[in-house]
Design a protein. Structure first.
Length: 95
């Protein structure tokens, strides 16, 4: 199919941004229904309540990983990072 390994590598590198994990999509597909059941319908209140348990970016990543494990998902590190970044950007705003 490819005449050289370099051509295959070039194609892969060109497609890399399209292959990047979408944190919002992963979150919405895997997290919303559970969070809604825990909060009586509004899943985002877990992130915006005054007494939320997550207090740092590292803590947020660990919580995303715990949730991933409890749901039996098999996310790659970049997927955990993407969901962490999405939540931080939209809710927590840790530095």
């Amino acid at each position: 199919m490819f005449r050289t390994p370099i051509a295959a590598l070039a194609l892969l590198l060109a497609a890399a941004p399209a292959l990047a994990a979408d944190g919002r999509a992963l979150h919405d597909e895997n997290c919303l229904s559970c969070h809604a059941s825990l909060t009586g319908g509004d899943p985002n209140t877990l992130y915006t309540r005054p007494d939320h348990k997550v207090t740092s970016l590292d803590g947020l990543r660990k919580q995303v990983h715990r949730c991933e494990l409890s749901l039996g998902l098999t996310w790659f590190d970049d997927e955990v990072d993407a969901v962490t970044e999405y939540l931080n950007r939209n809710f927590y705003k840790f530095n």
